[in-house]
Design a protein around this ligand. Structure first.
Ligand code: PNS
Length: 163
């Protein structure tokens, strides 16, 4: 039988509890789930990609998420090229609000047109609806406590790297 393989792409700069919730839900729906750190040229990054991968791995282990999750990064071109490489036909995105729907819809249609890769939208726990990486970057940068919004490994890393 064909293995159902999906990809959760994102900047993960840094991974939040909202991301982890979506990753956990998606891992239950597919045989194999790739969590893919992708550089987004529209955003100025806080963390290097290798650090984002490391924090994702630590957070997934810490949270005891399923073992069918692979963390990787991609900087070689289109997201759908990665999907083709690993045999994934589905992308998974979390949708917190209508703003996310508006942001994600054009990308979903382009990815489908490029390579017949479908996008599945999951609704995260509403408790995390206000959580975003950009908010975490801002609060952490100004010296605030981000521990309610991020996995412990991320909170500790941000605390340690504070200057
Ligand atoms: O977490 P983000 O920043 O909202 O994630 C956006 C991301 C990285 C998934 C998006 O920018 C992306 O898919 N980039 C890969 C480049 C690509 O394939 N672009 C064309 C289709 S949208």
């Amino acid at each position: 039988m064909m293995r159902r393989i999906a990809v959760v792409p994102g900047s993960f700069d840094p991974v939040t509890l909202g991301h982890l919730d979506v990753i956990d839900r998606a891992a239950g729906l597919f045989d194999e789930l790739h969590v893919l750190v992708v550089h987004n040229p529209d955003k100025s990054a806080l963390l290097p990609i290798s650090q984002r991968v490391s924090l994702l791995e630590q957070a997934i282990t810490e949270a005891g998420l399923p073992t069918n999750i692979v963390v990787a990064s991609w900087s070689m071109g289109l997201l759908v090229d990665y999907c083709m490489d690993v045999g994934a036909s589905v992308l998974v995105k979390g949708i917190r609000s209508q703003v996310d729907v508006a942001y994600e819809t054009p990308m979903a249609i382009v990815n489908r047109n490029l390579a017949a890769v479908e996008t599945v939208f999951l609704l995260p726990d509403p408790a995390n609806a206000h959580v975003s990486s950009s908010l975490v970057r801002q609060v952490a940068g100004l010296g605030g406590d981000v521990s309610p919004y991020v996995p412990r490994a991320v909170a500790q890393y941000l605390e340690r790297s504070r200057v």
